[in-house]
Design a protein around this ligand. Structure first.
Ligand SMILES: Nc1ncnc2c1ncn2[C@@H]1O[C@H](COP(=O)(O)OP(=O)(O)OP(=O)(O)O)[C@@H](O)[C@H]1O
Length: 242
């Protein structure tokens, strides 16, 4: 089967310091702007990864290992400074709660905005609108501006929109954690349904037991590199033994 995500030599460096004292800047100017003033951090360093259609992949690793950065690069919200990411089909997911939502618009308007960003036509959204709102269970607040939403309400609406776009590749970051337990269970059931339908999943989580249940493959990142790639239970054991 052809890969739906193909990542080659992927690298991402962040600037860790953006502000400098006047003294630092003057010294730097007098020294002829030789070295780079800002400190750099290599969050991803030469990652190669292929994900095939229908695979369920957990991205695992300790804090700061580069999981969220990799997910953001796959979704296209940030760009790499080296290497390539290619995806096939509609990509949707939950990476940052509230991303793609406008605070001054109501929940209803944001459903249209967010679903359009994720590639749905107006007619498709009209058709799915009631289902999306029913899934989110926030009918009562659908005409309230989302700046008044709690993080859980944001998550509910964002998750509901994302799953109803029928994505080919569904990306989920840790953020499910802000939902209450019944809603988390509902999301997990929905994620499992997407996987049963043969859609591709990439999930970032520290809940190792949960990912071992929903994912078949585990990719462990360490200092921005792939350190382990294999069956999810083995990846979990490998990480726990570190
Ligand atoms: N926008 C940014 N600017 C500067 N540094 C960043 C930025 N985004 C990420 N980083 C750094 O890159 C590294 C990897 O971050 P990332 O969020 O990908 O890690 P993670 O594996 O998802 O961690 P966690 O488990 O804590 O969520 C971290 O050291 C982080 O500080």
């Amino acid at each position: 089967m052809n890969p739906v995500i193909k990542i080659e030599g992927l690298g991402k460096t962040f600037n860790l310091r953006h502000t400098h004292s006047l003294k630092e800047t003057v010294v730097w100017l007098f020294k002829g702007r030789k070295e780079d003033l800002s400190k750099k951090f290599r969050a991803l360093d030469g990652v190669d990864l292929e994900v095939r259609e229908g695979e369920t992949v957990a991205l695992l690793g300790f804090n700061g290992s580069g999981k969220s950065t990799l997910l953001k690069l796959i979704s296209g919200v940030i760009l790499p400074d080296g290497g390539t990411v290619r995806t096939r089909g509609r990509v949707a997911g939950l990476i940052e709660v509230g991303a793609g939502f406008h605070p001054d618009l109501s929940g209803r308007e944001n459903v249209y905005l967010n679903a359009a960003i994720l590639g749905m036509s107006e007619a498709e959204i009209d058709e799915k609108f009631d289902e999306i709102v029913a899934f989110s269970e926030i009918e009562q607040f659908i005409d309230t501006e989302v700046k008044f939403y709690s993080s859980g309400m944001f998550l509910r609406l964002a998750f509901a929109v994302a799953v109803h776009t029928q994505p080919d590749i569904f990306l989920v970051d840790e953020i499910l954690a802000v939902g209450d337990e019944p809603f988390q269970r509902k999301c997990l059931e929905r994620i499992r349904k997407l996987s049963d339908e043969g859609r591709t999943l990439v999930v970032v989580s520290h809940d190792l037991d949960m990912v071992a249940r929903i994912c078949t493959r585990g990719v462990v990142l360490e200092h921005g590199k792939v350190a382990f790639d294999g069956p999810a239970p083995d990846a979990v054991d490998w990480l726990r033994s570190r």
